[in-house]
Ligand binder design. Structure first.
Ligand code: SF4
Ligand code: SF4
Length: 387
């Protein structure tokens, strides 16, 4: 934070009314120190997870994207490009369904798909030395990050840092899940990536957030907030607090803030004009922390721990009655653990437990809420049977 700006701007905004949004974006930018973008080419990165209508709160709201484009152009930006790379669908298709594609066109921006990648250097990374990111980064002066505030089955919470994972084009994202299958290592990779983007300013859409089974299958929750910051890690820390998480218990949020502060000691980011208490919502349906599972296992005697772990380990569960046979889960699965069997309008997805790395990408992309995350009993029995 410089002397005149807050680490994180936190404002109330109850809906996506254009006039209100224009005022809130301008105010948030002023409080958090929006950079000088005169003559700049900007890449705006909303969350376009998949082809979902805006009302489902899976994607950043199109009105929010439109307001940020208008603001950037009003500040003298030369060109505003807007793009993303959903897990398995073409970006433009997903952007059209959400309404973002039209919002971009109507407000003077230009939609770009992330198809090509080039190596992007990561200095001081814990996991990465370089990473393949969209070649559009080579043509822009600054990134404006527009995450949606959501729960996330693998990472517990998703916001500013996780949204930048979408800078990796297409299925290369799945390869990262294979390379970094654990929550800790995947989280460190996310922080490496996020902190390597040199000029990045974030506006977060927390007006309607996603609670429950995020990031694709949860339910919309009217939270009524907008956040902005020069620091993605500080913004995530505050946003997670606003919905009731303790960010210290979400490893990648703690890692991101420590690395940003360059200190093991956590110093709470300075917020303005509202405080977390002003906006906190007790009704938001949270996901359990990964550390809770570890704690439960830790309390069990050694001899029983492996068996207990197999009983309470979470993995995707497929619901034939809801499955529409789209094949998205099979396509996205980085471990090739899934097969789709479609006969007479009945679709059955089969999972190979021995291959599954529990990355939950399948759950993330399923358009039909046909995948839940559940505890699968008798996992050891399944393993023994197959080996
Ligand atoms: S089955 Fe689902 S959770 Fe398991 S590896 Fe494949 S995508 Fe990940
Ligand atoms: S489980 Fe979901 S993603 Fe997989 S085929 Fe069925 S509807 Fe598609």
């Amino acid at each position: 934070m410089d002397a005149t700006h807050a680490d994180v701007a936190l404002l109330r905004c109850e809906d996506y009314d254009r006039t209100k949004l224009d005022a809130i974006i301008a105010q948030a930018a002023e409080i958090a120190g929006f950079p000088d973008v005169r003559g700049a080419t900007i890449l705006v990165k909303p969350n376009v997870l998949n082809a979902s209508p805006a009302a489902k709160a899976v994607t950043t709201h199109p009105e929010f994207v439109g307001a940020v484009i208008r603001f950037a152009l009003s500040q003298g930006a030369k060109e505003v490009l807007v793009g993303d790379s959903p897990g398995w669908q073409p970006g433009a298709l997903a952007a059209k369904t959400s309404g973002i594609y039209d919002a971009v066109k109507q407000n003077g921006g230009k939609w770009v798909d992330f198809r090509e990648a080039s190596p992007h250097a990561v200095n001081h990374g814990k996991r990465l030395r370089n990473i393949p990111l969209t070649t559009w980064l080579e043509h822009v002066d600054i990134v404006i990050n527009l995450p949606k505030l959501k729960n996330h089955r693998l990472m517990t919470y998703t916001g500013a840092m996780k949204n930048l994972f979408g800078l990796i084009p297409g299925t290369a994202k799945s390869a990262m899940h294979m390379q970094y299958p654990g929550v800790m290592e995947f989280g460190e990779m996310l922080v490496d990536l996020a902190l390597s983007i040199p000029r990045c300013f974030t506006f977060m859409d927390g007006i309607v957030a996603m609670q429950g089974e995020g990031p694709g299958s949860g339910t919309p929750y009217s939270l009524g907030i907008v956040l902005a910051s020069q620091s993605i890690a500080k913004l995530d820390w505050i946003a997670a607090r606003c919905v009731g998480y303790d960010p210290a218990l979400i490893p990648y949020l703690a890692d991101g803030l420590r690395r940003t502060l360059q200190s093991e000691a956590i110093i709470e980011p300075a917020i303005s004009p509202l405080s977390v208490q002003d906006v906190s919502h007790e009704g938001f349906e949270l996901l359990p922390y990964h550390s809770e599972l570890g704690r439960k296992l830790g309390a069990i005697p050694n001899a029983m721990r492996a068996f207990a772990g197999s009983l309470i380990r979470l993995r995707p569960v497929f619901h034939t009655d809801k499955c529409i046979g789209c094949g998205a889960c099979v396509q996205i699965c980085p471990a090739n653990a899934l097969a789709l069997d479609s006969k007479n309008k009945t679709h059955i997805v089969r999972i190979d437990d021995k291959l599954c790395i529990t990355c939950f990408c399948c759950h993330e992309v399923c358009p039909a809420k046909a995948i839940s995350i559940g505890r699968v009993p008798m996992r050891l029995w399944h393993r023994a049977k197959r080996s």
